[in-house]
Design a binder for this molecule. Structure first.
Ligand SMILES: Cc1ncc(COP(=O)(O)O)c(C=O)c1O
Length: 458
């Protein structure tokens, strides 16, 4: 039997093992086993070679198995894998801080705590906010996603699937609208000024009616809401949140787990989405792209605040793992060496122009409601023929049903991984930040073909 045939047999058995023994609680958009990642592509056990516009949900921003990042991790593996942050500092941990300090979106951000996942970073931020303000309540945005652990889940309002049947959740959470036209059921063309005004008025009302400022520890916000529909916050909204926090002594927690590290860069030189607004976060949360696939998250704050934390109150067995820190330090080096943010700006223009040209195509125009986003965090929202939301502004009679999931499925069948997002009909583009012009064009063409086929089928 040839080696290839042997492997085929092994993979078949492994697939069956996976189907039987991996918890049904995990959903997947493709079948089979991913066996190799190469830049913008992944390969499956059955030979499928797929263009990956998911980046493992916004993680492998410098491409799969980026050689310099993987080599840095491999080298660190042979030096020191696990130091444990409560036992001793480790060099990659400190090198990472050294590289992060000059690129932080605000010079005040000078105190770091590393953990493994975005959810853990959110947990740490809630704990810090409650401890440091002596207040309990936290305000989150409608449509937010902050993770699947209990505190993070309580702050998640993008879909009920993440928490239904699991209550009671962490108490003291209040939700306020995000400047997304859906939240007011108004046209996608509604101006950011109007949406911002409405949202800030609702926030004031929330503070007057439901959670008094003296009981409110923090406001948490994603500068580009991810699982809620890929919607950037207008800078004036973020500035308004900062003002409210300053006025009432609350902390502003900015969750850039998905939008950070160039993903939602609004201009060359901007590594973080919050930079466009000039707003200073009290606590900045990072993960995903930080390690390009190695598990690491960061909770960044300012020393005046964190110097008040009791030693031992923060920690975790794997917090700030040396291998993940070495990989993350290299990520920042690659960003510089390869001028990644310039590519984000160029490819973002290419993608948005292409999607807008589809939106103007008379055959598709009625069914493409919105093209939005920032950098290479771009969403396309389709119309829907019916909706469970009363008088939904997204209803267009005659539109094909379930467009987002049908388009995504067709893209996958045609060789491109792509995801939907939110409770609306939204496809999200999360290509690698170093994707080539040719691969981006290829992805756009696959998407267009899929949209045309779905529209034709009705
Ligand atoms: C904005 C945001 N915050 C937090 C999280 C949770 O991160 P993790 O899945 O690493 O726990 C995510 C994950 O998608 C996210 O997008």
């Amino acid at each position: 039997m040839s080696k290839g045939a042997e492997q085929q047999t092994d993979y078949k058995a492994l697939r069956e093992l996976g189907v039987k023994h991996v918890t049904k609680g995990v959903g997947r958009i493709t079948e089979g086993i991913m066996v190799k990642g190469e830049g913008s592509y992944v390969r499956y056990d059955d030979g499928r070679h797929m263009l990956d516009f998911t980046c493992g949900i916004g993680v492998t921003n410098l491409g799969h198995a980026n050689e310099r990042v993987s080599r840095a991790a491999a080298d660190q593996c042979l030096e020191l894998v696990h130091a444990q942050c409560s036992i001793a500092l480790n060099e990659p941990y400190l090198r990472l801080i050294e590289r992060l300090l000059p690129v932080m979106p605000h010079a005040s951000l000078d105190s770091f705590f590393f953990w493994n996942s975005g959810s853990e970073a959110v947990e740490a931020a809630i704990k810090m906010a409650r401890t440091l303000t002596g207040r309990q309540n936290v305000i989150c945005m409608q449509g937010a996603y902050h993770g699947r652990t209990y505190g993070a889940m309580a702050l998640t309002t993008s879909k009920t699937i993440y928490f239904q049947g699991t209550g009671p959740l962490m108490p003291g959470v209040f939700t306020t609208p995000f400047p997304f036209w859906h939240h007011f059921n108004v046209a996608p063309t509604t101006s950011p000024e109007v949406l911002t005004e409405q949202c800030l008025a609702q926030l004031d009302l929330l503070l007057a009616q439901q959670t008094a400022p003296r009981d409110t520890a923090a406001i948490i916000v994603e500068p580009v809401i991810g699982e809620g529909g890929y919607v950037p916050a207008p800078p004036a909204f973020l500035q308004g949140l900062r003002d409210v926090c300053d006025k009432h002594g609350m902390l502003l927690i900015v969750d850039e787990v998905q939008s950070g590290f160039g993903r939602a860069s609004s201009a060359p030189g901007r590594l973080f989405a919050i930079e466009e607004s000039g707003v200073r976060p009290d606590i900045l949360l990072l993960a995903k792209g930080l390690g390009n696939g190695f598990p690491i998250s960061a909770v960044v704050s300012w020393r005046g605040l964190t110097d008040r934390l009791k030693p031992g109150s923060m920690g975790g067995t794997y917090a700030g793992n040396a291998v993940s820190c070495a990989a993350a330090a290299k990520v920042l080096e690659v960003f510089k060496e390869d001028n990644i943010l310039d590519n984000v700006a160029a490819r973002s223009n290419q993608l948005v122009n292409y999607l807008n040209s589809l939106k103007q195509d008379p055959a598709l125009a009625p069914y493409i409601l919105d093209v939005r986003g920032s950098g290479l965090m771009i969403g396309v929202e389709f119309a829907t023929p019916t909706s469970s939301f009363k008088n939904d502004v997204a209803i267009v009679p005659g539109a094909p049903p379930n467009m987002a999931s049908r388009v995504a499925k067709k893209c996958i069948d045609k060789g491109m991984l792509i995801l939907t997002t939110s409770v609306y009909e939204v496809i999200r583009f999360i290509p690698p930040l170093n994707v080539s012009e040719a691969d981006l064009k290829k992805g756009c063409e696959i998407f267009a073909e899929a949209v045309r086929e779905v529209v034709k089928q009705g």
